[in-house]
Design a protein around this ligand. Structure first.
Ligand code: CO
Length: 135
């Protein structure tokens, strides 16, 4: 089994404003932008060095206040929202977690870039919202 970091998800109030820092000041580049209707979120992906499958920063801006990112920002302000790990077999991993009493927040489904994912409740992960992404 191999697990690697796919991306770090950062909740921002204003995507354009965040990109002024990450692109224009820091010098990263967006290689993918998308609105994910199911999550009511606008996503910008910025690969880090190497530009492999993973190793990206994901900036997330709510398209509606009453959405997962909108509620997160209302409660806690902008900041690190989740860590995403790539797994070999998302179905198998999800089943194994469930069998160990771990709470998953959704059934495996397609998100940004068409990748299948589940979110794992922070109560099992050391307090961090964890996203598992199918490799
Ligand atoms: Co993510």
């Amino acid at each position: 089994m191999s697990i690697e970091i796919d991306h770090l998800g950062i909740a921002v109030r204003d995507l354009e404003q965040a990109l002024r820092f990450y692109e224009q000041v820091l010098g990263m580049e967006v290689n993918h932008c998308e609105t994910v209707e199911a999550e009511q979120v606008r996503v910008a992906m910025l690969p880090t060095a190497g530009n492999t499958a993973g190793n990206r920063i994901e900036l997330l801006e709510a398209t509606h206040p009453d959405s997962p990112i909108g509620r997160f920002i209302a409660k806690r302000g902008p900041g690190l929202h989740h860590i995403a790990l790539l797994v070999d077999d998302l179905e198998e991993t999800s089943l194994r977690l469930r069998n160990n009493g771990v709470q998953l927040l959704n059934e495996p489904r397609a998100g940004a870039g068409g990748h299948r994912y589940v979110f794992v409740h922070p109560s099992s992960t050391g307090g961090v919202l964890l996203e598992l992404v199918q490799k």
